[in-house]
Design a protein around this ligand. Structure first.
Ligand code: TXA
Ligand code: MG
Length: 318
């Protein structure tokens, strides 16, 4: 990947305006929250979200947290509930993320949710984060702003240590207070603690007025297509298709000899392919084919995450 000149922006009106402009143009901007620095991109822009994964060098597509400045904006994206209201009243803005059912027609990229029908939302308390989100005026997807496998950044310099030259900008807001990622509360089903954080399970249970379950974690990795936290198409998936068979839905990549139904990237661009991946799997699945055949995707860069997801989708199911 070619180097980008990463702009260092101060948390003043000029820096905030420039930061919002970077997000609007589909660029990547690291910004401070009270937990850790986030690597932000426009959550409604498939390509911006694909670039988040590319910049992090993540070998897989985990769903991302979407950051918003106000409650009305949150409610436009997810199905709200009394429990969500109780948690929001107690902890927002603050270091709590809630996973809620995705509202139908919500404009967020399918790559943000990794194809799931739930969405992780968070309203940060950090004033620089809030000012940026207000200035930008839309949902911002942001995992921690570090290369995959490195420690989470709590200063702008930490961000630059691993992402300099890979992102358009970093908004310097000094040090993060909490230094640990937000607590994640699952409210798409029974209240479940999906990730521990500063806000503990007892406090959450008290506020919700009912017990919050611990996640029975890392179970059933042997049947990855079945994991409830992973999207898998209904159709069977056939990988590395060298030719098409009768009746299959055909998902192409790069230049193709014959026809395909959809092409992840006719020019063979992996960022474009990642941006289209979940959207196209959903579309072909909705057409009702028994099998989706997928042409080979090169196993480099973002192709590793794409292939990880495709092989989960193709894994045998019970
Ligand atoms: O403190 C934080 O939360 C930081 C700052 C930047 O806000 N962000 C952060 O984001 O840690 P990220 O993308 O690294 O965390 C995503 C976590 C993943 O572990 C993922 O599994 C979970 O949130 N998650 C996101 N969407 C989910 C969903 N729909 N269902 C279940 N888990 C979800
Ligand atoms: Mg992280």
């Amino acid at each position: 990947m070619s180097e980008i000149a990463t702009q260092r922006l101060q948390a003043d009106p000029e820096g905030l305006a420039r930061g919002a402009e970077i997000l609007r143009s589909g660029g990547l901007l690291a910004f401070p929250t009270e937990t850790v620095y986030g690597l932000g991109g426009d959550a409604c822009n498939d390509r911006a979200v694909a670039r988040i994964y590319e910049a992090k060098g993540r070998p897989s597509f985990n769903p991302l947290i979407v950051h918003l400045a106000d409650l009305d904006a949150v409610k436009a994206l997810v199905i709200w509930s009394d429990l969500a209201e109780a948690a929001a009243t107690a902890f927002w803005p603050g270091p709590l993320t809630m996973v809620l059912p995705l509202r139908e027609g919500a404009p967020v990229s399918k790559l943000v949710t990794a194809g799931l029908d739930s969405l992780a939302v968070r309203m940060p308390a950090n004033p620089v984060a809030r000012a940026l989100l207000t200035e930008f005026g839309g949902p911002v997807a942001a995992p921690s702003a570090n290369r995959s496998g490195r420690i989470s950044p709590t200063r702008a310099e930490h961000v630059l240590d691993t992402l300099d030259g890979r992102i358009e900008g970093v908004l310097d807001g000094g040090r993060c207070d909490v230094g640990l990622e937000s607590t994640i509360l699952g409210l798409a089903g029974k209240p479940t603690l999906l990730r521990p954080g500063r806000i503990g399970i007892e406090t959450l249970s008290e506020v919700l007025g009912r017990p919050v379950m611990e996640r029975k974690d890392r179970e059933q990795i042997s049947a990855p297509g079945q994991l409830s936290s992973h999207y898998a198409p209904r159709a069977r998936v056939r990988l590395n298709a060298a030719d098409w068979q009768e009746g299959e839905a055909r998902l192409g990549f790069g230049r193709t000899e014959g026809d395909c139904d959809l092409n992840l990237s006719p020019s063979g661009d992996l960022v474009e392919a990642a941006a289209n991946l979940f959207e196209y799997l959903h579309r072909l699945d909705a057409d009702g084919a028994a099998t989706i055949a997928v042409m080979p995707v090169p196993h480099v860069g973002l192709g590793i995450a794409i292939n990880d997801r495709l092989s989960r989708a193709a894994a045998p199911r019970d």
